[in-house]
Design a protein around this ligand. Structure first.
Ligand code: SF4
Ligand code: SF4
Ligand code: SF4
Length: 309
């Protein structure tokens, strides 16, 4: 019998669903041989409140594996997440927004009330209007990772996860075996040349190109951190390019940390400070340390700064 697969999105950009589609021909063989997609807002018409929209309760179909992308930032997200938990035997948080807050959780670094006033109620929108609380779902106090709000069986980070990782999760269920997912850091899969610690005392922003020869292999480029750029490879989970070189490094650009911390519960900012200190780099030279949490601001990591009186 085909594995019933359900996809759902919360505060999501749909990039994770696009990555699902990016399995390409592999998806066709999955669909013809192994899976049956029972719900996917990006692909098919299935309403939360029945096809005519007049059901009283939100309802989703039952599934063997449910993928939920995006963080939880409003009350509707919570309802959907709870319904997915009820209806899916295995619930997978897919993408860094769902596992660590991702880009929507950047909002956690701001004072929520002040943001509403300064962003949504300015003279260019609707001065003095009230924050809506009917017809649109009310906002939560911050953006949450899915596992902060319900039990999640598997966290599959990535912005978005590589299609091969999504396929591996599905095939492990189909074949009833352990899945093989990345455990190492971006650095451990990076071919850039490392020459040793201690030469760089400061990091700088990526405002000029790294030093490399475009006609030479990546292996001849010196590690970007050793070139003085803020590369988050040491504190970021690998897997963005499947088994190849990390995507940004391949483009000669520092890793921005989009797969979140290497280990569940890791703190990319503290881990990076430690990595820099052990390499003799002054962490005070990082222009905005909190930006290291740009993909992992849920779980209380990113909080509003206390305003100086
Ligand atoms: S993890 Fe990235 S691709 Fe997926 S929903 Fe979030 S921002 Fe989009
Ligand atoms: S710091 Fe960046 S460039 Fe250097 S090895 Fe790690 S991932 Fe590669
Ligand atoms: S190199 Fe880093 S930022 Fe770039 S895609 Fe991979 S994990 Fe994401």
């Amino acid at each position: 019998m085909a594995l019933r697969v359900s996809l759902e999105w919360l505060g999501s950009c749909s990039g994770c669903e696009i990555s699902f589609l990016n399995m390409g021909e592999e998806l066709i063989s999955l669909l013809t041989e192994h899976i049956d997609i029972v719900h996917a807002p990006l692909l098919m018409d299935h309403k939360y409140l029945g096809q005519t929209g007049d059901a009283e309760k939100l309802s989703l179909p039952e599934a063997d594996v449910g993928f939920v992308s995006g963080g939880a930032g409003n009350t509707e997200h919570l309802d959907i997440l709870e319904e997915m938990r009820r209806k899916c035997k295995v619930l997978v948080a897919i993408g860094t927004c769902a596992t660590h807050g991702g880009i929507p959780a950047l909002m956690n670094g701001q004072d929520r009330r002040r943001s509403w006033q300064e962003i949504f109620q300015t003279v260019t929108t609707d001065p003095g209007s009230a924050v809506p609380d009917i017809e649109v779902p009310g906002p939560l106090d911050r953006v949450y990772g899915c596992d902060e709000k319900t039990t999640i069986d598997l966290l599959l980070p990535g912005c978005p996860p590589n299609p091969s990782l999504i396929r591996e999760v599905i095939m492990a269920q189909v074949e009833e075996r352990e899945m093989v997912l990345p455990q190492r850091s971006v650095c451990e899969t990076c071919p850039a040349k490392r020459e040793g610690k201690g030469e760089v005392a400061k990091v700088r922003r990526f405002l000029v190109n790294a030093r490399y020869k475009s006609d030479e292999e990546l292996e001849t480029m010196r590690c970007l951190l050793e070139q003085g750029f803020m590369c988050l490879g040491p504190v970021t989970l690998a897997g963005c390019a499947g088994t190849g070189a990390p995507r940004c490094i391949h483009a000669r650009v520092p890793c921005r940390g989009c797969y979140g911390p290497v280990r569940r519960g890791g703190n990319q900012m503290l881990d990076m400070m430690n990595a820099m200190a052990s390499n003799g780099i002054q962490y005070k030279t990082v222009v905005d340390r909190r930006s290291i949490l740009r993909f992992s601001g849920a779980h209380g990591r990113l909080r509003p700064l206390k305003k100086r009186e």
